[in-house]
Design a binder for this molecule. Structure first.
Ligand SMILES: Nc1ncnc2c1ncn2[C@@H]1O[C@H](COP(=O)(O)OP(=O)(O)O)[C@@H](O)[C@H]1O
Ligand SMILES: [Mg+2]
Length: 598
């Protein structure tokens, strides 16, 4: 009976039903804790003892006063009871320490596992997943959402347990020792509970809004800084400032509103609580003067009530924290449950010849379903052939490449390589056969050597040097004081476009793919580096199926065949000689445009 009453202030009547699914989500993340369950259980046991042992404190304190005023108890010396009190404190300190220690070991490791899983999963997701998500958002999944869970599994869970135990056991104890006084006190509970529920729900909503607004503001900072040169070029510093200021203002407004309610909530609870205590003290004093209870009983009652009151106030916060943790686990599970882009069995390999066929392929990007980018497009590239794709910007050339790379798989029609539909190859084994040199080469932070080795992890130093040499890159690399060990990327030196391009070529040479793709590889280069890069590309293209996309038609003159693409369709195909002979053709038109520009 007493216990049931004690549980009520948790106030989970309808909420529990509402949260059943949500708690499952938290449990879904909890599976990461399971490998460390022994430690976790040890922590729970310590938590149990540290929370319950302290509850004997008010009881013993009351007895101490009673003994002092001449009443007898099992122990009847003030010193023994005081020693017992100290013993209680000591035991609870030891258990508290162990609890923190065990929980830290569990949560640090399991949350690292969560981070690893989420990162690993994100890496395996198809590109369409990234098309509609910002990098900053994904980063905060791995950083702040996981941190939130870590707090939950260590601090919040402990708090929840401690406060619930205080509430239940404390109430049971005072109900046993001073039933009339307890009943009187319980009358003040409904006011507290109902207001805690109402306030709590509202505050939770506001906190979520605050978080969202803050995330928005952070995204502005991130995006602006990532493209700071663009901002400066357009002299949009003021614009970005005011954009950020606007976002910050929203954060501050809503955070202040939250703080107001939270403050009002806390002070209201404190007022009601102490108001209740005054009433209870009055009734208790009356009972003492009637000699219905002892002074010691009253003291332990008051101490318990303070404990219980504190735990009720704390439960509101814990509850909000749990809600947020559920939000975080929901977002993490969402990523973990996403479908990876393809089954991959480790170490399966396939050696392709590079015979590519597109048969009536139609495609629209998942993000823009209504615009068909490729329209019943058919083309074939024989193994070892050098083929060029030309056409106006936006015609769909890069899209063809994306499909060959298997970045997107939901197209209509059939694409085969060596006669086998793409989907039947193991994804990673397949991609090991495809090399790409893009227009914008991204170098990772690290040395030049590491960046070249990215094409073949574990490549020997000779292999790397040889690849650099064949890519026309060794000469400029050796001009750096640190040579191959020169740091590039965000924190290192900046390489020119042509230099980066040649590093990408060295990477591709190391990778040694049977299908090579050059997507505007030389388009942004000046004439001098273009010739150096072109030389390197010629070396790279030897003995491989190669698909070249280029704006400068001079670079594709030597291609075996040229496909001219317009609005997702092939409108002309043939050699340079054949196509330039068609005077009213698109190729001829593009050719003329270039000569006019030149
Ligand atoms: N990730 C994407 N999501 C939606 N649309 C895209 C995406 N990438 C390209 N497109 C659109 O597809 C069309 C073809 O683009 P693309 O193949 O890059 O052209 P090209 O390389 O020939 O210049 C363009 O209209 C472009 O806006
Ligand atoms: Mg393109």
């Amino acid at each position: 009976m007493a216990k049931r009453r004690g549980r009520e202030p948790l106030g989970d009547g309808e909420k529990r039903a509402l949260n059943k699914n949500n708690l499952k989500k938290l449990l879904g993340i909890f599976r990461f804790v399971l490998p460390y369950r022994a430690l976790f259980i040890a922590g729970m046991i310590c938590l149990f003892f540290s929370s319950t042992i302290l509850l004997s404190f008010p009881y013993l304190a009351g007895k101490l006063i009673d003994i002092a005023s001449g009443r007898s108890w099992v122990l009847d010396s003030i010193n023994t009871v005081t020693l017992l009190l100290l013993g209680v404190l000591l035991a609870q300190s030891i258990f508290s320490f162990l609890r923190v220690y065990f929980f830290a070991r569990v949560t640090e490791r399991s949350m690292a596992d969560v981070r690893m899983s989420v990162f690993g999963k994100i890496l395996l997701l198809p590109l369409k997943f990234f098309d509609h998500r910002r990098v900053g958002e994904l980063v905060s999944r791995i950083t702040s959402d996981v941190s939130m869970l870590q707090d939950t599994f260590s601090v919040t869970l402990a708090e929840l347990f401690r406060q619930a135990a205080t509430l239940i056991i404390g109430t049971a104890l005072i109900f046993y020792t001073t039933p009339r006084l307890t009943l009187f006190m319980l009358l003040t509970f409904p006011v507290l509970v109902i207001s805690a529920l109402i306030f709590g729900r509202y505050i939770r909503k506001l906190s979520k809004e605050t978080q969202d607004k803050l995330a928005n503001a952070n995204i502005i900072v991130e995006e602006t800084l990532q493209a700071v040169n663009v901002v400066k070029a357009f002299t949009n510093e003021l614009f970005e400032r005011s954009r950020y200021m606007g976002a910050l203002k929203e954060v501050v407004d809503i955070a202040l509103r939250t703080a107001t309610y939270r403050g009002a909530f806390i002070s209201f609870i404190i007022f009601v609580l102490f108001g209740g205590i005054v009433a209870v003290m009055w009734y208790g004093a009356t009972l003492v003067s009637e000699q219905s209870i002892t002074v010691g009983d009253l003291l332990s009652f008051v101490l318990y009530t303070t404990f219980i009151g504190g735990s009720i106030a704390g439960l509101g916060d814990v509850y909000g924290q749990l809600q947020r943790a559920i939000g975080a686990s929901e977002r993490l599970l969402e990523i973990l449950e996403e479908k990876a882009e393809g089954e991959t069995t480790e170490d399966s390999t396939v050696n392709l010849n590079g015979d590519i066929v597109f048969d009536n392929v139609s495609f629209a990007y998942p993000g823009r379903k209504t615009v068909s980018v490729l329209k019943s497009l058919s083309l074939n590239v024989r193994a070892g052939e050098k083929v060029a794709l030309v056409g106006p910007s936006g015609a769909g050339k890069s899209t063809i490449i994306q499909l060959i790379m298997r970045y997107y798989s939901d197209y209509e029609g059939i694409i085969t390589v060596d006669g086998v539909p793409l989907g039947e190859y193991d994804l990673m084994a397949y991609r090991k056969n495809v090399g790409i040199v893009p227009q914008e080469v991204i170098l990772f932070g690290g040395t030049i050597q590491q960046n070249i080795a990215y094409g073949k992890p574990g490549a020997s130093e000779e292999e790397i040097t040889d690849a650099a040499k064949r890519a026309n890159a060794l000469t400029f690399i050796e001009q750096f004081p640190d040579g191959m060990d020169t740091i590039v990327g965000e924190r290192g030196i900046k390489l020119s476009g042509g230099q980066r391009q040649r590093i990408a070529i060295a990477r591709a040479i190391l990778k040694n793919p049977s299908i090579l793709i050059l997507d505007e590889a030389t388009s942004s280069l000046d004439a001098e580096s273009e010739s150096l890069v072109q030389e390197a590309l010629n070396e790279l293209m030897k003995n491989r199926t190669t698909i070249i996309i280029a704006h400068r038609l001079a670079t594709i003159r030597k291609a075996d065949r040229i496909f001219v693409i317009r609005e997702g369709e092939i409108v002309e195909a043939g050699t340079h000689e054949e196509l330039s002979g068609q005077y009213d053709g698109l190729y001829n038109h593009l050719l003329k445009l270039q000569f006019q520009l030149a």
